[in-house]
Design a protein around this ligand. Structure first.
Ligand code: ZN
Length: 672
């Protein structure tokens, strides 16, 4: 599971937090903002501490990075089968264009479209999953295509690709979650082909054994289609199978990385991953996940594979992703304190004791520094991750949870002075509260969400982990967020030395409600519903506590000069409401109460008040804050001496967005 940044653009000051490593003076020359187009801002991030790693660790990271970058085109193809040929075609046009790149309006719109496609790893928006609408004409593109070689690799598909780009009726959405429709037939992603939702559900239902207490993650690494005889079959992502060519490059680099493993456990972990890529056997993936989750000694770590299932409307198939990282040892003190108290948190959580875990195992949490972001984690990236996703592995072996602090730091640095707080926060004292405590409480919220929230609670025996179906992701994120919110306001935080002020939590509470009820709407187009799981979860929580706190006037909606503001009158009661809702969501999850879960989502999480929505968009439009942000990666290179021996790995922050995208497309073209 992953956590995305909550407010794109909240201006928050540096925390006063003792355990973070933010003590160095900020380097003024480092330019965090790299590009801005459509609804996107592209940032850079730093990799502090890389230089201090050993040569061995640096080389390990180097090859894990290569393995990460080689998976890029798998994700593109998973998102939609037309994504890669369209990208090849658009990049050829980009490279060949000979007109005036500044003055030609059609070209400008084309460039924006290409930047959007790059950012989304395909022709559908990374967040809304709606197909992009080109701002240039079909005639312009056809004119440019005519100038390109007759044997260009996309040429045979040209008409089909143009139709996919310009006809809004076809492949309109990559992931459709609308209740009551065939989610597979109406989703443009490429995880299924020529099968209906019913056929897929029957196919996996026949495979599942309800008595299996250690089930594999069915469908995680496979495309589902029909064979020549019309039988539903899986095409497994593996060496020698689907995506062979890209996987071969991944495996080759994992083998190189293995030589630089920090210890035996890590070597075995990489070996298991390679074995899994060779066989495609999901049992081996579980073995790998168990080895991976038990490796807490290594400083360098990585995610590499088919992991999160947000890209599949049925929540089964994993989108390919990779993040290579290393532990930020001083900052990890914070999460280690939380982990060591995991049982206390579990025992005191405001849920029915039947749904608590008797013993919370191995919640391992750390603060990390990302070295590379790839696949589904690039350019839009999570700020926190908790893995593995298999419930039984989490219960038996624990999970690993991370907060990616060089990413949250880049968000924070890039947000200073953008005017958000002045526009949306109700008064000066609240703004001061946010300035002082939002950075630390935001990070702590992520820590709590990832290292305790997702790991807490248990299913009653016999409850199907997929019982909440299409609402599973939303309700799971709701549960983890509520756990984090509830405990952020607990005196335990001060007692553990994680916050230095018992009022600090109010900063996060204020921002959470403001975001859930109002400001996150800036990411939604007028007339559209809220669809993405994390956004739904935030709306569900904020709207529910607002409504259920009305009797005590806990949260007030204040109108001033035609503008809407959120005022929180009683933070303690608000905390109580978070706890109450957590109890209910945990009950829904533990008992698999689909109807109750669906009712909450439908009532609070989906529908947008059009008037408020319009107001939020208006107010945002004056601020020039991008609703979405993502990152360019640093560039790593091996430094050799005159005899060709590797003596160092250099990291540079010089590559811009367009050159990086073009280089990745050329150098890591895994499925050509
Ligand atoms: Zn989460």
């Amino acid at each position: 599971m992953k956590l995305k940044a909550i407010i794109a653009g909240a201006a928050v000051a540096m925390g006063v937090y003792a355990c973070t490593t933010k003590t160095e003076a900020p380097e003024k020359e480092f330019n965090y903002v790299n590009d801005r187009f459509a609804d996107i801002e592209v940032l850079r991030y730093k990799v502090p501490g890389f230089e201090e790693l050993s040569l061995n660790q640096k080389q390990l990271i180097y090859y894990l990075n290569e393995a990460a970058l080689w998976g890029r085109d798998i994700l593109w193809d998973q998102n939609c089968k037309y994504n890669l040929p369209i990208r090849y075609m658009l990049e050829d046009v980009y490279n060949n264009y000979s007109g005036d790149r500044e003055a030609d309006k059609e070209y400008k719109a084309f460039e924006t479209y290409l930047k959007q496609v790059w950012f989304a790893n395909g022709i559908h928006h990374h967040y809304s999953t709606d197909k992009f609408v080109p701002g240039f004409s079909r005639e312009f593109l056809e004119g440019e295509l005519a100038k390109l070689p007759a044997d260009a690799r996309w040429r045979s598909m040209q008409d089909e690709l143009l139709e996919v780009i310009f006809n809004p009726e076809i492949y309109a959405k990559s992931v459709n979650q609308a209740e009551g429709q065939d989610l597979i037939l109406t989703s443009a992603n490429n995880m299924y082909e020529g099968v209906t939702q019913k056929e897929v559900e029957d196919f996996y239902a026949a495979m599942k054994n309800p008595a299996d207490s250690t089930p594999v993650s069915y469908g995680l690494n496979a495309r589902v289609t029909k064979d020549a005889d019309g039988n539903v079959v899986e095409q497994v992502y593996r060496l020698g199978g689907y995506y062979n060519d890209a996987i071969a490059h991944i495996v080759e680099n994992l083998e190189k990385a293995m030589q630089f493993a920090e210890n035996e456990v890590q070597r075995n972990t990489i070996a298991k991953l390679i074995e899994y890529y060779r066989s495609g056997d999901l049992r081996t993936f579980d073995d790998y996940s168990i080895t991976w989750v038990t490796d807490t000694a290594s400083q360098v770590d990585f995610i590499n594979g088919f992991i999160e299932s947000y890209g599949d409307p049925l929540g089964m198939t994993g989108s390919w992703e990779s993040i290579v990282n290393f532990k930020n040892i001083p900052a990890s003190h914070r999460t280690e304190v939380l982990s060591s108290e995991a049982q206390w948190f579990e025992n005191n959580s405001p849920v029915d004791p039947r749904f608590r875990k008797d013993s919370v195992k191995g919640v391992s949490a750390k603060v990390i520094t990302a070295a590379i972001l790839a696949g589904d984690a690039y350019p839009s990236t999570p700020i926190g991750i908790n893995l593995p996703n298999a419930n039984w592995i989490r219960a038996a072996h624990g999970s690993k949870s991370v907060t990616i602090e060089n990413i949250t730091q880049a968000y924070d640095e890039a947000s200073h002075g953008n005017g958000f707080n002045e526009e949306f926060v109700i008064d000066q004292p609240t703004r001061e509260l946010l300035d002082k405590y939002l950075f630390i409480t935001d990070n702590l919220h992520t820590d709590l969400h990832e290292c305790l929230g997702h790991g807490s609670g248990k299913l009653l025996p016999g409850v199907d982990p997929d019982a909440l179906k299409a609402h599973g992701s939303t309700l799971e994120e709701t549960r983890a967020d509520l756990f984090a919110l509830y405990y952020l306001g607990d005196p335990k935080m001060v007692e553990l030395g994680l916050l230095d002020n018992p009022e600090a939590y109010k900063a996060e509470y204020y921002k959470y409600i403001l975001n859930g009820m109002m400001t996150q709407l800036m990411r939604i187009e007028p007339g559209k519903d809220v669809e993405e799981a994390h956004m739904r979860n935030r709306k569900l929580i904020a709207e529910w506590v607002y409504e259920n706190g009305k009797v005590d006037n806990v949260i007030e909606i204040v109108k001033r000069d035609g503008k809407t503001y959120i005022k929180i009158n009683d933070y303690e009661k608000l905390r109580g409401l978070f706890g109450q809702l957590l109890g209910e969501i945990q009950r829904i999850k533990s008992t698999g109460d689909y109807a109750a879960g669906a009712a909450l989502v439908e009532k609070y999480a989906v529908k947008v008040d059009p008037e408020l929505h319009k107001e939020v968009l208006d107010r945002y439009s004056h601020l020039n804050i991008a609703p979405y942000r993502g990152f360019v990666n640093p560039v790593y290179s091996l430094v050799t001496d005159k005899d060709g021996n590797v003596v160092d790995v250099a990291v540079e922050y010089t590559e811009d967005y367009i050159p990086q995208m073009l280089r990745y497309g050329k150098d890591y073209n895994g499925l050509k």
